[in-house]
Design a protein around this ligand. Structure first.
Ligand code: UDP
Length: 263
């Protein structure tokens, strides 16, 4: 058995060297942190669910032409991705006021925003990921103007797609965080979507009840974290119902059944 080289261990994932040059294995842990890692815990089974949910969302984004680092899922907790140079910026996209936006500006949680808001945070745990503007990004050279243009463009596209995807399964996409990376090809690089998209980095509210189906359950001690993540996976059609029936709407069988019943 070959011992894999660990490249990096983050709060929710471990990165290992991939089988071919330019590839990386993302291992999804059950560890959960909040408030800049001041609160720590474990959500049993979270890693498995996030690996699957992120695979699904990245695959769908790839299908509509958004370039991503995702190559394929390897097993329950691991996926193979392209190695990129991570842009040190967390991109937060907001459709509805919540979390730090509500706290900072005194806007009641749940207030729909008149337009989609994009915010940038400097990725630095020691500094607690401070909020920054495009001026800081340009001033310190964290990304070029052209890269920022691509990032904002992709963020809006991802938001439009994901808002629809979740609306279709009765979930309101309140806000979420994206990370981007530079994919180097010889002396040129292009920006692609990296990291993960899962309930760890999104606010997902049930469209009818407003129930939180994301990491706020952990942050705010609401309980039922795994159940919430499972519910998201189930509605996305990624889990089997208890009876073993797939939850995805199978129009073909439905049509056949209807036609059979009519005959
Ligand atoms: N977020 C994240 N990682 C971070 C900070 C925020 O994934 O380090 C996500 C978070 O899950 C939410 C969105 O970005 O969906 C906006 O978070 P906010 O700024 O409101 O911060 P929070 O209230 O989570 O501290």
């Amino acid at each position: 058995m070959v011992r894999r080289r660990q490249i990096y261990e983050g709060k929710a994932k471990i990165l290992y060297e991939g089988p071919e040059p330019g590839t990386i294995i993302q291992y999804f842990k059950d560890d959960a942190t909040a408030f800049n890692a001041q609160k720590k815990g474990t959500i049993n089974g979270k890693g498995v669910l996030n690996n699957r949910i992120s695979e699904h969302v990245f695959t769908m984004l790839g299908n509509i032409g958004v370039p991503t680092h995702f190559i394929r899922r390897l097993n329950m907790r691991e996926q193979l991705v392209r190695q990129v140079e991570i842009v040190p910026i967390e991109v937060v996209i907001r459709n509805v006021a919540a979390g730090s936006l509500s706290t900072r500006l005194g806007i009641e949680e749940g207030t729909p925003l008149p337009r989609t808001l994009i915010e940038y945070y400097y990725k630095d745990d020691a500094l607690g990921d401070p909020m920054i503007t495009e001026e800081h990004i340009a001033c310190f050279g964290w990304a070029s103007q052209e890269e920022m243009h691509d990032i904002a463009d992709m963020a809006i596209r991802v938001n439009d797609f994901m808002s629809g995807l979740f609306a279709g399964i009765g979930i309101r996409l309140v806000d979420f965080k994206l990370e981007f990376g530079r994919l180097w090809e010889n002396d040129f690089s292009r920006i692609i979507l990296a990291d993960e998209i899962s309930p760890d980095g999104c606010r997902l509210w049930d469209a009818v009840t407003g129930e939180k189906l994301d990491k706020d359950r952990f942050r705010r001690d609401l309980g039922g974290e795994v159940e919430a993540y499972q519910e998201v996976a189930r509605r996305l059609g990624l889990l089997q119902d208890e009876g073993g029936e797939p939850t995805v709407l199978d129009l073909d069988s439905a049509r056949k059944k209807r036609d059979g019943e009519k005959a």
